[in-house]
Write a protein that binds this ligand. Structure first.
Ligand SMILES: Nc1nc2c(ncn2[C@@H]2O[C@H](COP(=O)(O)OP(=O)(O)OP(=O)(O)O)[C@@H](O)[C@H]2O)c(=O)[nH]1
Ligand SMILES: [Mg+2]
Length: 671
């Protein structure tokens, strides 16, 4: 039996959940097709999903077709829940990208396709809703070729578009137009095929073309396009054949070293953490003690594996499969399981750009709120929960108003905590303006300047926008405290962790990014010269002081998140819309008159997106359409926004040292 881990991705409302139902029905897993609008589907199971008719969390179901077990992951399409999609991307063998035949290619579709291509995920395209009036075929194919990828091949014809009887008919083997189109497409990446075709057309069999199509689809070089309707079931059988024939099954050695990735965390009713893992290699059994995350270890107390619809209890989960693991208490989303070491955190989409303070309506709920938010952040690590120590406020970050409402509703329904959100603010970033360097030397025994037994020198320099933070060592191997860190790599990793942690709050309180940090000086003292000698904590505690000193010299520029907007409005509302946009600090970059309607494009600060969405109906008689997606960060001019710090400020040397001394004293008292 082969396994295929398949993601269904699309913009919001394209029909992913409905298609999932159809696939389960066609495979005989369910006897009745559930409806999103009735709240009766297999994958939208949360109360909120059923109430709102949108998917919020990714969900796994499975079905069997011939000799393939398909683990299907239904993902949310709303941009506010993009983090759910991000985590799933790394565990897929293939994907179906759904596009509505009426709404066509959306900005979110482009973002998803770009990412699938970057990750080389084999992807089929399913054009859904051909039964709805306004459904397109030719125009849509052109739009896919222009806006997503030219490497597509329609797999059949559609008739009766826009009616309940709309249907899809796959092209026959003998269809000469289809074979010519296939050769044209496939020969681009296959010289042998091109040569054979040029020599003698007749020698290229249809069978060879189909297997070459599967090979090139598997490598994400080409993308077969199917048409159908998840509501009527048209085209679904053909899509299933395409999934089993054209997408590559999972690979991996079941006897190899254990390696897997956690892409979802759920809490059982008793509060126990359940981790969804995709296994890439090896076999994980009940009672095994795998390593995960950063050097943690735990005992697996239960395993279930997806089979025919739901998860079934088993004694093990093997390479290629998706399993639910119990027992690994501290496991988090994104953790690697097994001996393959930690994999760096990968982000394919922009982080949340908004945040707000959450306040419980009943002051007594304060502690419970913190626990609840911490649990939510476990399931969604991008809901970054920050506690402001001085003002005792709790901040959460989020992508947009829908996600914020969902957080509020989840707190109410699942935790019985009524909350209020303060004003939404943007999450800015800081970029170093120039180069800064600082050193702290091992203190003299008689007149110590710091209580830390270490020499640290750090240099910080600006790097390209979007490049993140890079840390490197530029010190002699002999200067590294090998009595504390076993290897240079271990020292590098520990320093990098501390640097990243410190840069979470820059001079103005925002995360510092797009820079390189280099360790330029390092020294220590080991026993017997000095007792007990330099410890890991000396490096951990001194680094913030040195790094912030270097950062102060470099200076930073605060940058705010910008979204790219696409607006469609009636032409006669142009003037009113444009002046409203100016008030929202939007910059208009493109405008195109299309008869009675008008398309506008440009940039708008992330914090104003919601106001734009709210104002648009009144400005355009309810006819305006807007889509926004994160674009980039731009330098803030004028008043520089600051963010309250959540911890003691290493920029203030005395305050920092005092804080550390107090912390050490407190620890001793409790020890
Ligand atoms: N006419 C028609 N309606 C469809 C079809 N597929 C889905 N719908 C409807 O479109 C709406 C959205 O469908 P969903 O399946 O929830 O879409 P989704 O892509 O899962 O949406 P999110 O998960 O929220 O992004 C629902 O009202 C469905 O009934 C289709 O093929 N034809
Ligand atoms: Mg859905």
């Amino acid at each position: 039996m082969r396994t295929l881990n398949l993601g269904i991705l699309a913009h919001v409302d394209a029909g992913k959940t409905t298609l999932t139902e159809r696939l389960l029905y066609a495979a005989g897993v369910i006897d009745e097709v559930g409806r999103v609008d009735d709240g009766s589907t297999q994958t939208d199971t949360l109360t909120l999903e059923r109430q709102r008719g949108i998917t919020i969390k990714s969900a796994v179901v499975s079905f069997e077709i011939d000799d393939v077990t398909v683990n299907l992951i239904d993902t949310p399409g709303h941009p506010d829940f993009i983090a759910e999609v991000e985590r799933v991307l790394g565990v897929l063998d293939g994907a179906v990208l759904v596009i509505s035949a009426v709404e066509g290619v959306q900005p979110q579709t482009r973002l998803l396709m770009r990412t699938l291509q970057r990750l080389r995920v084999a992807t089929l395209i399913f054009v859904n809703k051909i039964d709805r009036s306004g459904a397109q075929r030719e125009r849509l194919l052109r739009s896919i070729a222009e806006r997503l990828t030219p490497a597509i091949i329609p797999m059949g014809s559609a008739s009766g578009l826009g009616t309940r009887s709309a249907s899809f008919t796959p092209y026959a083997a003998a269809d000469p137009d289809f074979t010519t189109a296939l050769i044209d497409l496939l020969a681009d990446h296959d010289d042998a095929l091109l040569g054979a075709y040029v020599d003698d057309e007749a020698t290229v069999s249809y069978h060879r073309l189909r297997s070459e199509l599967a090979a090139q689809t598997g490598k994400a070089l080409v993308h077969p396009v199917f048409f159908g309707s998840a509501i009527t079931g048209a085209g679904v059988e053909e899509l299933i054949s395409g999934i089993t024939e054209l997408l590559p099954a999972a690979e991996g050695d079941v006897d190899g070293p254990v390696s897997g990735t956690v892409f979802k965390i759920e809490r059982a009713s008793a509060g126990e953490r359940i981790a969804y893992v995709r296994m890439f290699s090896g076999t994980l059994r009940v009672r095994d003690r795998p390593r995960f995350g950063r050097d943690e270890e735990g005992k697996v107390t239960g395993v279930s594996v997806f089979e025919r619809g739901s998860a079934v209890q088993r004694m093990s989960v093997a390479a290629g499969q998706i399993g639910k693991l119990r027992g690994l208490g501290d496991i988090r989303i994104g953790d690697a399981i097994g001996d393959s070491g930690t994999t760096p955190e990968r982000h394919y989409f922009a982080p949340p750009t908004l945040e707000t303070v959450v306040v419980p309506r009943r002051p007594a709920d304060k502690g419970a709120l913190h626990v609840a938010l911490t649990q939510l952040a476990e399931q969604d690590p991008l809901i970054d929960v920050r506690q402001d120590d001085s003002r005792q406020e709790t901040f959460v970050s989020f992508y947009g108003e829908v996600q914020k409402e969902v957080i509020g509703a989840t707190l109410k329904y699942d935790y019985d905590i009524d909350v209020e959100f303060r004003e939404t603010t943007m999450i800015c970033v800081e970029r170093p303006t120039g180069v800064g360097e600082a050193v702290e030397l091992l203190p003299e025994a008689r007149s110590p300047t710091t209580p830390f037994l270490a020499t640290i020198g750090l240099r910080i320099a600006p790097a390209a926008p979007g490049s993140g933070v890079h840390f490197g060592l530029d010190v002699k191997v002999g200067s590294i405290p090998t009595h504390v860190y076993k290897t240079v790599e271990a020292f590098h990793d520990a320093m990098e962790r501390t640097v990243l942690e410190t840069l979470r709050q820059g001079i103005y309180g925002w995360e510092v990014t797009d820079c390189t940090v280099t360790m330029t000086n390092c020294d220590y003292q080991a026993p017997p010269r000095r007792w007990p000698g330099t410890a890991a904590s000396d490096y951990r505690l001194l680094t913030p002081l040195v790094l912030m000193d270097a950062l102060r010299q470099a200076g930073t520029t605060v940058c705010e998140p910008l979204h790219r907007f696409h607006l469609e409005i009636p032409s006669d509302t142009f003037a009113a819309t444009v002046s409203a946009m100016a008030r929202l600090r939007a910059t208009l970059q493109t405008q195109e008159m299309r008869g009675s309607s008008c398309a506008l494009g440009g940039e708008i600060p992330a914090a104003r997106v919601h106001e734009l969405q709210q104002q648009l109906p009144a400005l355009t008689r309810g006819e305006g359409l807007v889509q926004c997606e994160f674009d980039s960060y731009r330098e803030v001019h004028g008043k520089i926004p600051t963010r309250p710090r959540t911890d003691c400020n290493p920029l203030d040397r005395n305050e920092y040292l005092l804080h550390i001394v107090r912390r050490v004293q407190r620890k001793r008292r409790f020890a």
